[in-house]
Design a protein around this ligand. Structure first.
Ligand code: ATP
Ligand code: MG
Length: 159
């Protein structure tokens, strides 16, 4: 059992299947109201990770990048999944979106909110999982999971 409530956790993801698998584990374990703030260069695997979260939640609809739609919502799984991508926005534009309604569950059921390019958020949830993906020299990615503001999760990554 991996407890990532206290400190950050680094996981090497050797291929896209490993990124998906980490997402699946998260999707199976995350409680309602979880915010996952994803950071990482272009093509580092953010959408792939959210595709895994979706499948861990039991969503069968294909999860596609919200780069142009800004937000995609999926309601068929264990919890609703709100998938956002802020890449094309200016911080001022992000401010006007009232994204806290997603993680606070105002006017919509609490679910999982996963945000790509979370670096652009001018305000953040009180408690969230910061997940950074970085390219490795040969191939693969490094995932760094950092619990912020007392955020807690236990999940079994070995299985
Ligand atoms: N751990 C990994 N090792 C190697 N390739 C990976 C890994 N994880 C994902 N990929 C591949 O990297 C490519 C880009 O992935 P993805 O679209 O998820 O990135 P992204 O961070 O969402 O990109 P963008 O910044 O454009 O939104 C895909 O071809 C995906 O299969
Ligand atoms: Mg993406």
């Amino acid at each position: 059992m991996v407890d990532i409530s206290a400190k950050s956790l680094q996981i090497f993801l050797r291929d896209a299947a490993a990124t998906l698998q980490l997402g699946i584990k998260l999707g199976q374990s995350l409680p309602a109201g979880s915010a996952i703030l994803l950071e990482g260069d272009l093509g580092s695997g953010k959408t792939t990770l959210v595709q895994g979260i979706g499948s861990g939640l039991g969503i069968t609809e294909p999860i596609v990048s919200p780069t142009f739609t800004l937000i995609n919502e999926y309601t068929e799984g264990r919890l609703p999944l709100y998938h956002l991508d802020l890449y094309r926005l200016q911080p001022k534009e992000v401010e006007g979106l009232y994204l806290e309604s997603y993680w606070e569950g105002i006017d919509m059921p609490l679910g999982i909110v996963a945000i790509e390019w979370a670096e652009l958020l001018p305000y953040k949830p009180i408690s969230y999982l910061r997940l950074c993906l970085t390219y490795q020299d040969e191939s693969g990615r490094l995932a760094e999971l950092m619990p912020i503001g007392g955020w807690q999760l236990e999940f079994d990554y070995s299985k």
